[in-house]
Ligand binder design. Structure first.
Ligand SMILES: [Zn+2]
Length: 824
């Protein structure tokens, strides 16, 4: 394609270092002063809301005989055959829980086909049947009415009921510092739900979304949890749009994991189930956060959060905040202190703020939170730090689920710098501290920052208009000090290499996807060797991204393919997140491939378009193919774990790396395959139009798999239409399915009239079902590398014979020469 060539030829030209280097910032000094409030000495408002106290200290009440009763909750049934039910003491006249001891049976049937398959993968059957001996129920609203008809005569409370309840309470409150296994990490990781706080929210608001939680001790599985949580979702830690979950928490067992996660049965029946359901109770409009980082990396912060209630009557705000950051005071707009909940950092230490009365709907309100603590930053060496609490360093109301404006002020020891999301408004010095003020011009999903002894290099890009700044560390982190090769490298020129790659990728992405949302891009080095991350206009690159292949060879003395792949991909991948993840967000865990898979695809695009390296490009797709199809020690390949659409749920004890390899690698392949089947005489024209439309129609919003599919259908070419103007076939195969075809290719060439050459091809597709359809690209090499001849459509397990004329004798004809179609 002519346009592309002209556009990218000069991409990797070296930069004149003289002009743009700028080691010191020269921005205007900030006018505003940072005030740090001393943490309040009185903690009278912590964990002392009277209703919360009653729930926290709730005890067992009356016990009744409870035989032959069936309770239905969404798609699950509890059959209580014989036993006792002990209710928890009512709080404010409401019963919020009960303990069953005896014999019972639990059944859950999956509503959708995909959830049925997932249950079968996890448990061996499409429905769950488990006998139980103990169940602790916690619920809101009138869930008690489901138990009430089964209640028999009053009895003495059995000792097992008290033991079961105490054991449950202990498990709900004890957070393990080091959670192992995905399920445990999900339930007890960085923050842990405080059930008593959740119940407080429900009791304070009669309109609060219902929940019904059951904690079962089964005869086979000792720690099963069944949740139905309307609106807010069954697993908020996963940002799940689904309301119903069944989890087997058994960190050492082989069937540990999320067995079931689905929408309410009624939503499927009404066709209203959607990944884009709003799970928020409050919309956050603005965060204003002032943070002081002391010499020992201790944080002292004041955050003012401005929000609007989305549900009337709601009084409890639930935040994501690292439990090591201890809240000392919460205040309303008038400086009035508010009750708040934050148990010990070793317990269910999630942070909740309680408003004295329900705030008026459709109006802005704000609260201010003071907090302090450690574990946000870890020292990695002289002047270099890891930001370990990357999203929980401030009280975050809705995680990645919404966009808000951020006004961030950092006050840090003067030799260090903070680089944050947004634009730098000003810098000043106060005694021994450097003060920097950052503001996001438009709402973003998350605020991050990087911190250390940074020097800066600027690399403006006249072609695209982006202002690229590189921040590098002057000293190596302790973990890399012993590499003498690294000692001799000038950090400035290492940065130049990373910035040139960034600039090239910004040009490639702008051409293929349109403008990103942010004009300033800060590329920051961080001490980690194999971890990168992208924030709105801020990128963390690992140190390894700052060394080229020669230096890598000097460093390791050999070429490690996996590591080479990582280093090749990390900068273009992270830069592409400015589009995938930030300009366009993702609606739920189902749709994360639209961020990670698309960013990975973009790394491949970079190798093809900016580096113009066919070998690296083919190796890139081959590496991804292997990541998807390579069997692990259990004989299971990531692709066997389940469809791309299942996202994080692909992680199981037998498929620990399935999420990573499917979401990134197969996600990239899906987009590449769309590109391949859209390719025509106009080259990538249809694909580029689709991607521009996708970005524009979803700019600063979240995309779902289904909303992306709608855009793809709008731009599909004639050959992609199998008759109904939809891409159901493509998405069912590649996004909601797991089949991967195998191809066999044979060809013969023979002379034809007029000096032309007749090509006969036989293409066989196998290992798929009869409905599987694919358009497979064919290439020929006439002496100048493989060029695309066209594509051949094949249905099911079949052989397709195709004859065509070629202008001259090819050196070679091949199917899928650049590995752009996923095949076995
Ligand atoms: Zn990524």
């Amino acid at each position: 394609m002519k346009v592309m060539r002209e556009g990218f030829e000069t991409l990797v030209k070296t930069v004149d270092l003289q002009a743009p280097v700028q080691l010191e910032l020269t921005l205007a000094i900030a006018k505003q002063q940072v005030t740090v409030s001393v943490p309040g000495k009185s903690l009278a408002f912590a964990n002392s809301d009277p209703l919360y106290r009653q729930l926290r200290e709730i005890g067992l009440g009356q016990t009744f005989r409870f035989d032959n009763h069936t309770l239905t909750s969404d798609t699950a049934t509890f059959q209580f055959q014989k036993g006792t039910l002990t209710i928890l003491n009512p709080v404010g006249g409401v019963i919020t829980g009960a303990v069953f001891i005896g014999e019972g049976h639990f059944n859950l049937k999956a509503v959708t086909v995909l959830d049925g398959r997932e249950l079968t993968r996890r448990t061996g059957a499409a429905e769950v049947n488990e006998d139980f001996t103990e169940v602790v129920f916690r619920f809101t609203k009138d869930a008690w009415s489901k138990f009430h008809p089964g209640v028999g005569e009053q009895m003495g409370t059995p000792g097992e009921a008290a033991a079961a309840f105490n054991h449950w309470r202990e498990r709900m409150r004890q957070r393990r510092e080091r959670a192992f296994g995905f399920t445990q990490f999900l339930l007890e990781g960085e923050t842990m739900d405080n059930v008593d706080a959740d119940l407080t929210a429900a009791l304070y608001n009669p309109l609060h979304p219902e929940f019904f939680n059951a904690y079962l001790r089964g005869t086979k599985h000792k720690n099963l949890r069944f949740f139905v949580r309307a609106r807010v979702g069954a697993l908020p830690q996963l940002d799940s749009p689904e309301e119903v979950a069944l989890i087997n928490n058994d960190p050492e067992g082989m069937d540990d994991g999320i067995w079931y996660l689905a929408h309410l049965k009624s939503e499927y029946l009404d066709h209203t189930a959607s990944s884009s359901e709003d799970r928020r109770l409050f919309a956050t409009h603005r965060y204003k956060i002032e943070t002081v980082i002391s010499k020992n990396q201790h944080l002292f912060s004041t955050a003012t959060i401005t929000f609007e209630p989305l549900l009337s009557g709601e009084r409890v705000l639930k935040f994501g905040l690292l439990p090591n950051l201890r809240v000392t005071r919460v205040m309303d707009e008038n400086g009035q202190e508010l009750f708040f909940i934050q148990e010990s950092r070793k317990e269910d230490g999630s942070f909740y703020a309680i408003l004295p009365k329900a705030p008026e709907a459709k109006q802005e309100h704000s609260i201010t939170v003071e907090y302090a603590g450690d574990k946000v930053l870890e020292q990695a060496g002289e002047g270099s730090f890891y930001v370990s609490a990357r999203t929980s360093w401030y009280p975050n109301l809705n995680g990645f689920g919404e966009r808000a404006l951020y006004d961030l002020t950092f006050k840090v020891p003067h030799k260090y710098k903070v680089i944050a999301v947004g634009k730098l408004q000003g810098e000043s010095v106060e005694q021994d501290f450097a003060v920097a003020h950052w503001v996001t011009p438009s709402p973003v999903a998350v605020a991050g920052f990087n911190y250390g002894d940074y020097k800066r290099i600027d690399l403006p890009d006249e072609k695209t208009g982006y202002k690229i700044s590189g921040y590098y560390l002057t000293e190596l982190p302790d973990s890399l000090r012993h590499y003498s090769v690294l000692q001799s490298m000038a950090p400035g020129s290492m940065t130049k290499y990373a910035l040139e790659q960034t600039r090239a990728q910004l040009q490639v992405c702008t051409f293929f996807f349109g403008k990103s949302t942010y004009d300033d891009i800060y590329i920051t080095e961080q001490p980690n060797f194999n971890f990168g991350q992208s924030w709105p206009n801020l990128v963390y690159l690992p140190i390894s991204a700052y060394i080229d292949s020669t230096q890598r060879w000097m460093l390791f003395g050999h070429i490690d393919n996996k590591f080479t792949g990582f280093v090749q991909e990390v900068t273009p991948h992270e830069v592409a997140h400015q589009w995938w993840g930030h300009a366009v967000g993702w609606a739920s865990y189902h749709d994360q491939w639209l961020s990670e898979g698309f960013a990975e695809f973009s790394a491949g695009l970079f190798l093809q378009q900016a580096m113009r390296n066919r070998k690296d490009y083919v190796e890139f797709w081959e590496r991804l193919r292997q990541r998807i199809l390579e069997k692990n020690n259990f004989g299971v390949a990531p692709d066997d774990a389940g469809p791309l659409w299942m996202g994080l749920r692909l992680i199981s004890p037998r498929t620990e790396s399935a999420y990573q390899n499917v979401t990134y690698a197969k996600g990239a392949y899906v987009l590449q395959m769309l590109r391949s089947i859209m390719y025509s005489d106009d080259g990538d024209k249809a694909f580029i139009a689709m991607m521009h439309d996708f970005v524009e129609s979803h700019r600063e919003r979240s995309a779902s798999t289904e909303s992306f599919k709608a855009i793809a259908e709008k731009h599909m070419t004639k050959s992609m239409d199998l008759g109904n103007n939809r891409l159901d076939w493509f998405f069912n195969q590649w996004v909601y399915g797991t089949e991967v075809p195998r191809y066999h290719f044979e060809y013969q060439v023979s002379p034809a009239d007029g000096g032309k050459v007749k090509l006969h091809m036989a293409i066989t597709q196998s290992e798929v079902d009869e409905h599987f359809a694919m358009l497979v690209p064919v290439f020929a090499d006439f002496g100048n590398g493989m060029v695309r001849l066209g594509q051949v459509g094949i249905w099911g397990n079949a052989t397709r014979n195709v004859d065509t004329l070629l202008p001259s004798q090819p050196k070679k004809v091949a199917l899928n020469a650049y590995k752009e179609i996923l095949e076995r």
